[in-house]
Ligand binder design. Structure first.
Ligand code: ARG
Length: 463
């Protein structure tokens, strides 16, 4: 039991249940390093502003270093009266160096600007890690797309066989989703990288001069400088919402990829097999190999959406400036960071080790997937597309009626549909020609896919 930071005006003790209910130390201790870093920089700002002597400043720094050492060594003892990481660190500092100096650390500061500072500092470092993980995933996709550009397999819409596509083209589709995710992450970092410290509880700082926060921001390492408005700075959690949205959408993209892998590795498709490293067996059925990694990627994406919803709902009813509801920001944020730090390397591993069954992929291609190419053939002979679409549809019907592949419809039969059909229609029945004929930017031809991978590599090098 220790005295409360805010105990001065209180006479009665806090209900022990309330003390537990109010506490965030159980989870916000994750920010111990950021909290101490903020306090060390704040100490220097107080010295510069003349609120601490050089000696007091040094004593404070030494004390903060000692607290740092305890945390780093796993020796920091949390007390039941430590409400949150901010009070815990200050309590310990006071024990170590005495209240004469330690009691000056919080001058002009509130836990409101302190916690907003800590969360931003913490998230900044996490975002940088996540950027690296996302880049790994994108590089893996791009390298595979390039190396396996020769593989052609069925593309689906509505999960119905649609047109032949290159495997590399398919992979680059995901890489483009992840590129936008990487851009969004880069962009939101600008808004995380702003310093609330020096905003006080809400109204601003009574001791720092007009420009003093700039040096403080530089010292802490906020590249976008101090926040512009203290009321906003102490209560703004937009950056948390933005991050949770990023995690939600990136998670959805990964989930979609995982779902494809689950479908394509099923016994009915067998286009691919997941590496043993990312599969598990059944405790009952000896023959089973289950795509657990992909199922978890799909399943975990839901957590992020839940966390985003939690945060938006927590914010929507709040009046201006700091309210304790804001303490509810950390658990969803931490959970989504952990979730994404778990998902991204697993997605990379799954993708890097996927074994393709090119035989099955090729067998998945059927001549009716060239019906559009048959229509395109007539277009090249000058027949309007609306007509050629209808004619090709009739050819599909002939094939279906005779229970034969579309490519076996004879020239005679085709000629009954349109006189423009000639011997060279044979050339339509090639999946290779089909993908090669789609050569416009962003299409599935070999040239186009390799252009995509080259452009992506350049983009990644500059990210
Ligand atoms: N633990 C609190 C949080 O996470 C810190 C800020 C508390 N401020 C206050 N005035 N009670 O938001």
């Amino acid at each position: 039991e220790g005295p409360k930071l805010w105990g001065g005006r209180f006479t009665g003790a806090v209900d022990p249940l309330m003390e537990k209910f109010n506490a965030s130390i159980g989870f916000d201790k994750r920010m111990w390093k950021e909290d101490l870093h903020g306090s060390m920089c704040y100490t220097r700002a107080l010295v510069r502003a003349g609120l601490l002597t050089e000696e007091e400043g040094s004593k404070m720094q030494e004390g903060l270093e000692l607290v740092h050492k305890e945390w780093a060594a796993g020796d920091f003892k949390i007390k039941s009266s430590d409400e949150d990481i901010h009070s815990a660190n200050e309590r310990r500092l006071t024990e170590l160096i005495g209240s004469d100096v330690a009691g000056k650390l919080h001058t002009g500061r509130s836990r409101n600007d302190q916690v907003a500072t800590d969360v931003r500092l913490w998230l900044k470092a996490q975002v940088k890690d996540l950027q690296q993980e996302l880049v790994q995933l994108m590089r893996t996709a791009t390298n595979r797309a390039e190396a396996e550009v020769d593989i052609i397999f069925p593309g689906y819409t509505h999960l119905q066989p649609a047109q032949p596509i290159r495997w590399g083209h398919y992979l680059m589709a995901y890489c483009n989703m992840w590129k936008r995710d990487a851009e969004r992450l880069q962009d939101l970092l600008k808004r995380v990288d702003v310093m609330p410290l020096g905003s006080g509880a809400l109204a601003g700082h009574a001791f720092l001069g007009p420009d003093d926060r700039t040096a403080l921001a530089e010292d802490i390492g906020f590249s976008q400088g101090p926040s512009w408005n203290s009321l906003d700075a102490t209560s703004d959690r937009d950056f948390v919402v933005e991050f949770l949205f990023w995690a939600s959408l990136t998670g959805v993209h990964i989930s979609k990829f995982a779902e494809d892998c689950i479908i394509y590795s099923s016994n009915e498709f067998k286009y691919m097999a997941m590496s043993d490293a990312y599969s598990t067996g059944s405790s009952l059925m000896p023959q089973k190999k289950n795509p657990d990694a992909c199922e978890l990627l799909r399943g975990k994406s839901g957590r992020n959406i839940g966390n985003l919803t939690t945060m938006l709902v927590a914010l929507k009813g709040l009046p201006s400036t700091y309210n304790k509801d804001l303490q509810e920001d950390k658990e969803p944020l931490f959970d989504s960071v952990d979730t994404m730090k778990g998902c991204l390397p697993i997605a990379t591993g799954v993708l890097a080790t996927l074994k393709l069954n090119t035989d099955r992929m090729q067998k998945g291609l059927s001549a009716d997937m060239l019906a559009t190419d048959l229509a395109d053939y007539l277009v090249r002979k000058g027949v309007p597309f609306r007509e050629t679409h209808h004619i090709s549809g009739q050819a599909v019907q002939i094939a279906e009626n005779q229970n034969k592949p579309l490519s076996s419809v004879t020239l005679e039969e085709l000629k009954t549909l349109h006189s423009a059909f000639e011997e060279d229609v044979e050339k339509v029945w090639s999946f290779e020609s089909s993908v090669e004929s789609r050569d416009a930017q962003g299409s599935t031809s070999r040239r186009s896919v390799l252009q995509q991978t080259a452009a992506m590599k350049e983009w990644l090098d500059n990210y």
